[in-house]
Design a protein around this ligand. Structure first.
Ligand code: UDX
Length: 466
């Protein structure tokens, strides 16, 4: 169509790949660049490499047509009106984001830039990165009027990434140039103008009645801060409810009731108030540390973030203590573990509290049998099976003959387990649930001793074997 824009996406990780297929779905032409030749080959053959709803369908629909994969950044730069940088910004030893990949990409873009192009930061980067990118381009000989750098942070969650991208709460564009703002407005117009949502084949369903997402223009620095501040705030919300759950445990109150009562206040909202074993994943731990480090460098006291991290770490040691209390001692005990991924419905184990807890239990002298619907092979790469650790093929065989069954990831599959069958496979029907997946009353009725987070423990209400 006439509004189709030619876009390059640099980096085909989570954010880059999802953005690339979604831009194609929105009607644009996309060149997706990655320097990993194997990855490019896999993508060209339609292999998504990550486990994500809608991604295989969209990839096969547009692959080698509206969206091309290449290692050739120079060609992508020459052919595109906008270049989205979506490479990794890993955590460095000091906690701040390592921007060497972003810098390398900026320098490579500089070598091939011959016409006006908008350079878009899509990776999560600290404030001032846009200025560093600009400086790198100028230093490499690009005239200042040939480009603008804007910030367009991405808020997608793993597991619902495609739907999140196409149905965002808001689209943030940090731009100090009207010309660049116009290009970004054009790219997102199928969403902000609502036309995408009238398509009968729209991902996530046709929803012409819903309001299209607002396009929020800010300064580039504000946009950079919005991304870090949003993730840090969500992490804070989780640490807050985790601290409240500890208070509920100490007072025999019920955190579910407390969170529900808090969340009905529209100023607080019900989301991200689920207590558990702490947040993990590729974003929250890294972004909280990076934001804290930004504040430090600017001389701003943001020790609140240190407390958020402290509560998050304590939540894991508390869980170990909880299991110890349930079993009296830990050394020599066999524990069944349900869940390895950092959250349900994903195979991602980056910064997974489940993986960390397994290591902690092994250090306490326990042996582990673990199961995850999708993350087992990834976990085996970092925690190979051995005398203290084995992997099971399903939840029921995980529960067989263990001293206690631990639930460490909120997979839907676990919530749907047949409780009678589970109970009958267990020698000691003790479940310690780090994700509050079950109703304590139902667990008690099914014959379990059930210990969860921030809720009173439940005990079998019927005679075992009855
Ligand atoms: C997050 C942000 O939500 C997203 O906007 C950003 O772009 C990337 O980081 P993601 O890492 O995919 O997304 O996972 P999310 O669903 O936010 O969960 C993060 C962690 O918090 C998980 O370990 C999850 O189990 C935990 N969590 C989440 C809780 O413990 N309680 C909650 O109420 C919500």
């Amino acid at each position: 169509s006439s509004s189709s824009i030619q876009i390059a996406v640099i980096g085909s990780g989570y954010v880059g790949l999802v953005a690339a297929v979604c831009f194609a779905e929105m009607g644009h032409g996309v060149i997706c660049v990655d320097n990993d030749e194997r990855k490019v080959k896999a993508l060209q053959s339609g292999d998504t490499l990550i486990h994500e709803t809608y991604l295989p369908e969209l990839l096969s629909r547009y692959c080698n047509k509206e969206i091309r994969f290449t290692t050739d950044l120079a060609e992508a730069t020459r052919e595109s009106q906008a270049i989205f940088i979506a490479v990794g910004t890993p955590q460095s030893e000091t906690g701040d984001a390592d921007l060497s990949y972003v810098e390398a990409v900026a320098c490579e873009i500089a070598r091939s830039l011959t016409k006006y192009t908008v350079i878009v930061e899509k990776s999560t980067v600290p404030v001032y990165t846009n200025e560093w990118i600009s400086r790198a381009l100028v230093r490499n000989g690009v005239p200042r009027d040939l480009f603008d750098v804007v910030s367009n942070p991405e808020f997608l969650r793993e597991g619902t990434a495609v739907a999140d991208f196409l149905h965002p709460d808001r689209i943030v564009v940090g731009s100090d140039s009207p010309r660049a703002s116009e290009v970004l407005a054009g790219i997102y117009s199928p969403l902000t103008g609502g036309s995408y949502y009238q398509r009968p084949d729209a991902i996530g369903g046709m929803c012409s009645a819903a309001l299209p997402p607002p396009l929020l223009f800010t300064s580039t620095k504000s946009a950079e801060i919005i991304k870090h501040a949003s993730n840090a705030f969500l992490a804070l919300k989780i640490s807050f409810i985790n601290a409240v759950s500890n208070l509920c445990e100490a007072t025999d109150a019920n955190v579910e009731q407390v969170a529900n009562g808090m969340g009905l206040d529209s100023r607080i909202g019900p989301k991200f108030l689920r207590p558990g074993i702490g947040y993990g994943g590729s974003c929250f731990p890294k972004d909280v540390a990076a934001f804290r480090s930004v504040a430090d460098q600017m001389g701003v006291d943001f020790s609140l973030l240190t407390e958020v991290e402290k509560i998050n770490a304590q939540q894991k040691t508390r869980f170990v203590r909880k299991v110890r209390t349930a079993l009296w001692t830990l050394r020599g005990k066999k524990l069944g573990v349900l869940g390895l991924a950092f959250k349900g419905e994903t195979d991602d184990i980056r910064e997974s509290p489940a993986v960390e807890l397994i290591e902690m239990f092994i250090a306490e002298g326990c042996s582990i049998i673990a199961y995850d619907p999708a993350a087992t092979s990834r976990t085996q790469e970092i925690l190979p099976a051995g005398p203290k650790l084995e992997y099971a093929d399903d939840a029921y065989s995980t529960a067989k003959d263990v001293d206690a069954l631990l639930i460490l990831t909120d997979w839907m599959e676990f919530a749907k387990l047949d409780l009678q069958r589970l109970n009958s496979t267990m020698r000691y029907p003790i479940v310690v649930d780090g994700r509050n997946l079950f109703d304590p009353g139902k667990m008690a009725a099914a014959g379990f001793t059930y210990i969860s987070i921030g809720r009173p423990a439940a005990h079998p209400t019927r005679e075992l074997g009855a």
